[in-house]
Ligand binder design. Structure first.
Ligand code: FUC
Length: 780
């Protein structure tokens, strides 16, 4: 059955009167009316399955996702003509014939299938719909999302009866739980049904369970290879539960619990032999035995284990009790510091809800998607977006949530080895600017976006970061071979630039930005060289710490020394390309990507302490790009200004990010359309105002770190405190400040490395044994 339009679904909602008070939990999103659009609905998720909760009165819609329900099946995207064409492409690029090179790439190098379905899309599982008896009018309506308990709630009165609804996605019991209660006995009546655009059959079983069995879609000739099943069991206290062939009805119940389980046959990128029916049956049976109270308690405990690690207080104002949509409307010209704290914690909530060990990493929409063909396929775009999703993870004390990303990079090192071999004749592994559930690694879409070999190398930053934030040799042993393979690919494919004899990538692009040659295709864009400098340095450090591969390490160091350097151009800008092209006609100076500024953030290669000239050049480039862009691009700019220690500038951009043009009513980031990277980039941007940390030695097994306190505190937040942030070297940091000045610091060593603490011009060395805590005042 096809989905009804939003108009059909919500036309019959009743008249609302009377205001409900705000929720008592200040870390809540809340609204005075049901959602009518998808970006007004509220997300719950357990890292693997999730729902968007609309909070309808006559009709509730729970739009459901399972993170392995994507289109297609295992496939190899490599274009068999690519390898033979690449030498000619390289020649054309070095001769300055960029358009011709782009045409040849499009004809012979880009992967199959072709644009616009170059990789497989992430897909919705469909909607669980609850139809209630029509209420002509409703009083004291409120819906909310409590970030501290990870429960979405709906409550309202009809004819004097108070109805409540709670929805959560349990990471412990692997079910979505919907609980309906009323303050009068026998008042709950509704019919549950299921709608999906997937090829699926909806049946009922045992008089109380909806069973949806289907197959994923075939996309662009890649055959759908996944089976999936959704089960929703309706358990009522009192009243009657009856079923038709495709719906389950409840009459006169006191309370109802609906347990929803979803699974597919996906086991990994080349194994689809799972049995979804068996999985969901087991999950439902065990959740039913446990009962609602225990399900809720276990869910809340597990969520809070992660969520409560960090608390943030940026101050309060009169705006705090207002509904969330009104606070978004007013944030950019009002005084609402707690809203920034709410946005920060919403980012942490989202990461916990869409990226947990064992599940898939956060895609372009995290976990939440109502379509079979979402914008950009809802994939993993790895020329910025997927990396940005994980920017707040380590600092935000959510290192656990990075596990799915690390697992994906490990998969890419397998599929990317095939691409390295078949397309480049190279060792190691490579991934270009996108990937999907099947871990496709070829260049896709168009030459100007797809012909970029550095996606896998960038992802390796997150592997290394995971180690630096949680120094643990066992973890390093796991990730080192992946980093080594990424480095190997570039040892095999870097070529000498004929003008300067520097080593460069060719072909490549500075992501999605055309240079004056009428193309983005080029050799040695600055970003590639920055990414490779980090990859090589981190691989060298890892091999030293592990005491392995000394010959390989020397080769990496020698190659690193020959990479094209960072260059300052004629206007004083950091050059985006090998050539001084930045401000020539045909270049979009306000382009959303700020790829060459990777060196300033997320990397530390350029910083105000060690490379002040380059930092000034990067600042010039940043100023020329402007402050306002798409959601994620705006968020990147905040982080860059944090690194430049200009908290007020960063804050002005944050105000734009948190305005209705870039933040939907449910606080999802808007590219537009919805794309979750901006939420995570914004969260990282707030963190970066309060704390930054880096390894001090650029090379060698340097194990000394610098932790900078309040590096970019904006004047909008004169008083506040934060606890539980993580810093490189394995530290947990708490801070308080008053009148814009640091008042106290608490540092707990988790990893026991040495660090220098920096606040303004003041520095102090700290040496703490693992597990030890030290409390310092502002005069440390
Ligand atoms: C990159 C960006 C686009 C968009 C897409 C998903 O290609 O350039 O703006 O975010 O990813």
């Amino acid at each position: 059955m096809l989905l009804g339009s939003s108009a059909q679904l919500f036309a019959a909602e009743p008249q609302l009167t009377g205001s409900a008070p705000p929720p008592t939990e200040p870390l809540s999103l809340w609204y005075r009316q049901p959602a009518t659009k998808w970006v007004e609905a509220l997300p719950v998720g357990n890292g693997r399955i999730g729902a968007m909760v609309f909070g309808g009165i006559n009709r509730e819609r729970l739009q459901l996702n399972e993170d392995t329900l994507w289109g297609g099946g295992p496939y190899d995207p490599v274009n068999p003509q690519g390898k033979a064409a690449l030498p000619e492409v390289r020649r054309l690029v070095f001769e300055g014939k960029y358009r011709e090179a782009g045409r040849l790439i499009a004809q012979k190098v880009l992967s199959l299938p072709r644009w616009p379905h170059s990789e497989m899309p992430y897909e919705t599982a469909g909607d669980l719909v609850l139809n209630f008896p029509e209420a002509p009018s409703v009083e004291y309506y409120r819906r909310d999302l409590n970030l501290d308990s990870a429960v979405a709630g709906v409550e309202y009165n009809v004819n004097g009866t108070r109805f409540t609804r709670q929805v959560f996605a349990s990471p412990v019991d692997q079910v979505i739980v919907v609980r309906l209660t009323a303050d009068q006995k026998g008042a709950i009546n509704f019919t549950a049904s299921y709608q999906t655009p997937q090829g699926a059959a909806v049946e009922t079983e045992s008089g109380n369970t909806l069973v949806v069995s289907g197959f994923n879609a075939t996309v662009a000739g890649i055959k759908g290879a996944l089976k999936f099943q959704v089960r929703a069991r309706v358990l009522a206290d009192g009243g009657n539960v009856t079923a038709t062939s495709d719906s389950v009805s409840v009459a006169n119940a006191n309370s109802v619990t609906i347990l929803v389980a979803l699974a597919t046959s996906y086991k990994n990128f080349d194994d689809v032999s799972g049995d979804p029916e068996k999985i969901v049956k087991r999950q439902i049976a065990s959740a039913a035995r446990k009962g609602y109270d225990k399900l809720l308690a276990a869910h809340v405990k597990e969520h809070q284990r992660l969520f409560r690690r960090v608390s943030l207080d940026l101050g309060h104002s009169d705006a705090m009790p207002l509904p969330t949509d009104e606070r978004i409307r007013d944030f950019h010209n009002g005084n609402d510091p707690q809203f920034a704290a709410l946005y920060f914690q919403f980012g942490r909530y989202l990461l916990i809800s869409c990226s947990r060990p064992g599940g898939q990493p956060a895609n372009l929409q995290g976990l939440w998607n109502e379509s079979l063909n979402p914008p950009w396929g809802g994939k993993y775009t790895i020329n910025i977006n997927t990396e940005m999703n994980y920017w707040p993870a380590e600092e935000g004390n959510l290192g656990d949530c990075v596990e799915p990303l690390i697992a994906m990079v490990k998969d890419l090192s397998v599929t990317g080895a095939r691409t390295a071999r078949e397309l480049y004749g190279a060792g190691g592994w490579v991934a270009h600017h996108n990937t999907d559930l099947w871990r496709a690694t070829g260049p896709i879409d168009l030459a100007d976006s797809g012909m970029w070999p550095s996606g896998g190398a960038w992802l390796c930053d997150h592997l290394w970061d995971h180690y630096e934030f949680n120094p643990d040799k066992a973890c390093l042993k796991q990730i080192y071979p992946i980093m080594r393979g990424a480095a190997q690919f570039f040892l095999d494919t870097l070529v000498e630039d004929p003008t300067n004899r520097w080593l460069v990538t060719n072909p490549s692009v500075s992501p999605e930005n055309n240079h004056p040659g009428g193309s983005a295709v080029c050799a040695g864009p600055t970003m590639d060289l920055e990414i490779l400098r980090d990859l090589f340095a981190n691989t060298i450090k890892a091999s030293e710490i592990l005491g392995v591969d000394s010959a390989f390490r020397k080769q990496v160091a020698a190659t690193r020394a020959r990479l094209a350097p960072l260059q300052i151009g004629s206007q004083g800008q950091l050059q985006e390309w090998l050539q001084d092209w930045d401000y020539q006609p045909g270049v979009d100076v306000h382009h959303r990507h700020v790829s060459h500024l990777y060196g300033l953030y997320p990397s530390w290669q350029i910083n105000v302490f060690d490379t002040p000239e380059l930092a000034a050049a990067a600042q010039y480039s940043l100023e020329m790009r402007g402050d306002e862009s798409t959601g994620w691009a705006t968020a990147w700019r905040i982080n860059l200004w944090d690194r430049l220690h200009d908290g007020n500038h960063a804050y002005r951009i944050l105000q734009f990010l948190l305005s209705p043009g870039r933040t939907a009513p449910d606080m999802f980031d808007l590219h537009p359309p919805f794309q979750i990277d901006g939420n995570f980039g914004g969260t990282a941007g707030i963190q970066g105002m309060l704390l930054q940390s880096r390894a001090l030695a650029a090379q060698g097994a340097g194990q000394k770190f610098e932790i900078e306190i309040l590096p970019a505190l904006p004047s909008a937040w004169p008083n506040g405190s934060v606890s539980g942030l993580r810093a490189r070297g394995g530290f947990e940091i708490g801070l308080a400040w008053e009148g814009g000045k640091l008042s106290s610091i608490k540092i707990r060593s988790v990893g026991g490395r040495e660090a220098t603490l920096r606040y303004g011009n003041r520095t102090a060395d700290i040496k703490l044994k693992p597990g030890k805590t030290v409390q310092l005042n502002s005069e440390f």
